[in-house]
Design a protein around this ligand. Structure first.
Ligand SMILES: C[S@@+](CC[C@H](N)C(=O)[O-])C[C@H]1O[C@@H](n2cnc3c(N)ncnc32)[C@H](O)[C@@H]1O
Length: 205
């Protein structure tokens, strides 16, 4: 595995200490939107990206890439063939992402506006880095509707949720939305090596 930045293991996918500290700064400014005080660990990033199934020339969309913990692995998986599009709402995280991973088409916009960038039924896989447990119900609905519209028949949606928030009403609502919209929903065991521990949802249309 290629290591980037200072410090291996837990922080290298997010681009080293400097990038992680900018993520912390973004969290302090916008705690609810950023939704985590530290970027996802190597272990969670691998669990998310290993759950993604897409063809070699696929179109993959990442929502809420932050400083790029999942993005760097997705780019490795896609090599030079498929296309990765990422929608990030936070300007600090977006700036870090663009600097670190110029190969990713990183757009400054909300996941709710996915339709503007991906035609109906075009995406093979939508990967969520969003903190769904922090969202208002109407925002959850708008983003989920946009995801469903963007996915191809048989397309896949992969998301994560924090273990401590498993029974928050908003997380339960998100879970209900997934079961309503997808033919198959699977949940991974808890990934303890993440701050905070989390688990992964894999869903198929
Ligand atoms: C929990 S952080 C995860 C970041 C990264 N995926 C990771 O795992 O390290 C959520 C990210 O989603 C972004 N975000 C929140 N709401 C968003 C929205 N509506 N559209 C796009 N990005 C959003 C935040 O700014 C933040 O960077």
């Amino acid at each position: 595995m290629k290591s980037e930045g200072v410090g291996a293991g837990r922080i290298n996918r997010a681009g080293g200490v400097a990038s992680a500290l900018r993520f912390v700064g973004a969290f302090l400014e916008e705690p609810l939107t950023v939704g985590a005080f530290w970027p996802s660990s190597e272990e969670l990033s691998r669990a998310v990206v290993d759950s993604c199934v897409f063809p070699p020339w696929g179109i993959v969309v990442e929502l809420g890439p932050g400083t790029g913990s999942f993005t760097s692995l997705l780019l490795e998986r896609l090599e030079d063939r498929g296309r990765l599009l990422a929608l990030e709402i936070n300007p600090t995280n977006l700036a870090v992402l663009r600097l670190r991973l110029p190969r990713c088409a990183a757009i400054h916009d909300s996941a709710e506006n996915l339709d503007r960038y991906v035609g109906r039924g075009r995406a093979d896989c939508v990967v969520s880095g969003l903190a769904w447990g922090n969202m208002l119900p109407a925002t959850q609905d708008r983003i989920m509707n946009a995801i469903v519209r963007a996915l191809s028949p048989g397309g896949q949606f992969v998301a994560f949720a924090y273990a401590h928030a498993r029974y928050y009403p908003t997380t339960l609502r998100f879970r209900k939305l997934m079961f309503r919209e997808f033919a198959r929903v699977e949940t991974s065991p808890i990934i303890w090596r993440n701050l905070p521990p989390a688990y992964v949802y894999r869903c198929w249309r």
